[in-house]
Write a protein that binds this ligand. Structure first.
Ligand SMILES: [Zn+2]
Length: 179
């Protein structure tokens, strides 16, 4: 028994009208990086359909080494498997208001979290999104500065307001060379 069991009924509904999508370049030529928050459905927020865009999610939607690794592989795939030449895709980093990682901005909470989880404070701090306008700018810069980022990938930064459902662009798309 798993808690997934009742959800398998929903999957049955889903599979009834399902049409598989062949593996190919994301039709939106985008990769979205956003928070794992269960109130956010990137497909619904951005009207994404299957095949449109990969979505990478972690706590905060932060640019971590693991996210950078995934992006490097996706860029490689785009060229090696899908034969893309020229610009490959844009990475849209989407942070949000009311993020659960915002508590980590409080030093006492950060210390408690570090002690309880065994994670280092710097690791936890790297997930913090207390001011999404600021952190999304930092992450655009961090990604653009990575030597692992393909020069054919551009990066933009956006904030999703949980209160209104609206996405606001904070940083327009820019490439590593221009950035
Ligand atoms: Zn969040």
């Amino acid at each position: 028994m798993t808690r997934l069991t009742p959800l398998l009924g929903r999957n049955e509904q889903f599979a009834r009208d399902y049409t598989p999508v062949a593996l190919s370049m994301p039709t939106a030529q985008m990769v979205v990086v956003t928070c794992l928050d269960h109130r956010i459905d990137p497909a619904a927020v951005l009207g994404l359909r299957p095949g449109d865009a990969p979505v990478i999610r972690n706590a905060g939607g932060r640019i971590t080494p693991s996210v950078i690794n995934d992006l490097a592989y996706l860029a490689f795939l785009a060229e090696a498997v899908f034969g893309m030449t020229g610009p490959l895709f844009e990475v849209a980093i989407l942070h949000h208001t009311q993020c659960g990682t915002g508590f980590l901005a409080d030093p006492e909470f950060l210390q408690r979290a570090a002690q309880s989880t065994g994670l280092g404070e710097p690791v936890l701090r790297a997930s913090e999104v207390a001011e999404p306008d600021r952190t999304v700018r930092e992450d655009v810069e961090r990604l653009l500065a990575s030597p692992l980022l393909s020069p054919k990938v551009s990066v933009s930064g956006h904030v999703y307001a949980i209160e209104t459902g609206r996405v606001t662009t904070v940083v327009d798309a820019q490439g590593p060379a221009a950035g």
